[in-house]
Design a protein around this ligand. Sequence first.
Ligand code: FUB
Length: 441
Amino acid sequence: MKRLLPILLLAVGCQTNCPDTIVTGTNPIISGQFTADPTARVFEGKIYMYPSHDIPSVITHHDGSAWFSMPDYHVFSSEDLTAWTDHGVILRQEDVPWGKPDAYAMWAPDCVFKDGKYYFYFPDAPASGWGFGIGVAVAEKPCGPFTPQQEPMKGVIGIDPCVLVDDDGASYIYWSGMGLSGCRLTDDMLALDGEPVRLDEPLPAGFKEGPFAFKRNGKYYLTYPWVRKDTETLAYAMSDSPLGPFEYKGLIMKESPVGCWTNHHSLVEYKGEWYLFYHHNDYSPHFDKNRSARIDRVTFNEDGTINEVIPTLRGVGPVKASARVEPDRYSSIDGAVVEYVDTADFFKGWKTVFTDAGDKVTFCDLDFGNRAPRKVVFCVKAPQGGRLSLTAGAMAEFDIPASSEWAEVVCPMPFKARKMHDLELELVAGTCVEVDWITFR
Ligand code: FUB
């Protein structure tokens, strides 16, 4: 074991902002703005995410409390689930001909592809009348421009549309409003083709909103937020037919232990693996109507049932050692704690606080590539200094000089790390060492 002195200490700010591409690989996947109700679809070989867009509340609920405020929709795409391109706003409340332009009611959307066109389904409050309608906007490309229809869909009063395009081209829409309803769509995707069917009646009581339907190996899945006690779980039911009857099968994700009343999700297969997109109020700990999209892996059993997904901070994206590695998005933690970097700006993210010797975190699957880095950089604050051990295949210890401001401490790498390793950081001496991020050069 070798003790190494830092060769450079720079007092710097430790956060960056990139306007169009957000690179995390961890949860939540998008920073700098809120991204709720994420619907993920694969178009043109990429993942597209159509979330709704929470902003700090500008409207109140009928009881006077701050309420969901959702003025528009963005679309994001990614090839690797780590780097997300924000393609910008695809639809604004002011642009919906039948909508109330200041309702802030652009709730959970969906987008599907059929016969050369992209159909974006979205809830909005009608300019006249009450409740929610569901509109359709059509585009030639997955990121628009989307042209909304003049009128909402007839026969649909409700929120959270989801559309399943079946293998034979027949399409079905599912939505929430006085229960969970489903109906076949007309071939042009713009209207109901027949009478809606209530789908929630055979399911355990407690269906709320946000249905997401998909087909896998000939079975139809109806997945949905379900309140069995006090907040939303994600549950699912299966059927041999797109309009049921659906049989309840179990939970996909339990209630969040803290913070967020809602959960809202989608499941998607991408490059041979299945993923659950869902949300949590990570960047808004005091207001659960400002949510952020997350992703975790989903696995299925032989009989098609879904294994419970345990939410992680590590997420699913590949993370390169040459990127900013955030140990606060840990895979496991022992003694160390995670806190916000700046409670006046939660988008600055988190730091890992190592208080006592032995406190540690592990960050799984860090990709060092083929060229072993020569340096490691710690973005740290350590009023009394300390010593961290770093394990990535081999192990070394690094002195962290005393600094009461954030500083980049650059040290030579004493061993060659190549390919994939789980990274472990442990405080071996000193007290109260805070780590914002580390990187390898
Ligand atoms: O985002 C507003 C509403 O909260 C959605 O439509 C629901 O599914 C819930 O996530």
